[in-house]
Design a protein around this ligand. Structure first.
Ligand code: SF4
Ligand code: SF4
Length: 156
């Protein structure tokens, strides 16, 4: 399978060699492992602030590829979709999946062997069982009040 995220021509282990706010645009994009977990709806406990991931996915998530089906124009359909940047990652860490490469690198951790930047193939995130491929339901199909029936454990 060709990589839907362009990771060609990047310096070896660039994420270990410079701070996140100095990554180029292509380097930043290449950090994404393509798991699709950030596109799941979350439930936040009002009292504790605890966040639970559900398998109820954003209407634009393609369950077969784990990619946004309208990435470049997604804000026309989902204006609240967050554009993750070095400047806003800190305030978003509380809801980001534990396996998210941006969270791992921000916290000074290594990328796992299944990350496409390590394995050399985008398939590895699916083969390792990390991605949400084939495991989501669309938010169109599940009423908001039933989301809690679809909470998933993290990391999966
Ligand atoms: S959770 Fe992180 S690594 Fe996974 S798709 Fe979202 S941004 Fe990419
Ligand atoms: S709009 Fe696209 S990138 Fe944003 S949450 Fe939905 S599927 Fe994910």
């Amino acid at each position: 399978m060709s990589d839907p995220i362009n990771r060609a021509g990047l310096a070896k282990r660039f994420w270990e060699r410079k701070p996140m706010d100095q990554l180029s645009g292509p380097e930043w994009e290449a950090l994404c492992d393509g798991c699709g977990k950030c596109c799941l709806n979350k439930l936040e406990d009002e009292d504790t602030g605890e966040v639970a991931l559900t398998r109820v996915a954003c209407r634009l998530l393609d369950d077969a590829t784990c990619l946004c089906s309208q990435y470049n124009i997604r804000h026309q359909f989902v204006p609240e979709c967050i554009v993750l940047r070095p400047s806003n990652i800190k305030k978003n860490l509380y809801w980001m999946p534990e396996t998210c490469a941006y969270k791992l690198v921000w916290n000074g951790k290594s990328l796992p062997d299944w990350h496409p930047l390590i394995s050399g193939t985008p398939d590895s995130v699916h083969q390792a069982g990390i991605s949400m491929r084939g495991q989501t339901v669309s938010e169109y199909e599940i009423a908001d009040e039933d989301w809690e029936d679809h909470i998933i454990e993290e990391p999966i």
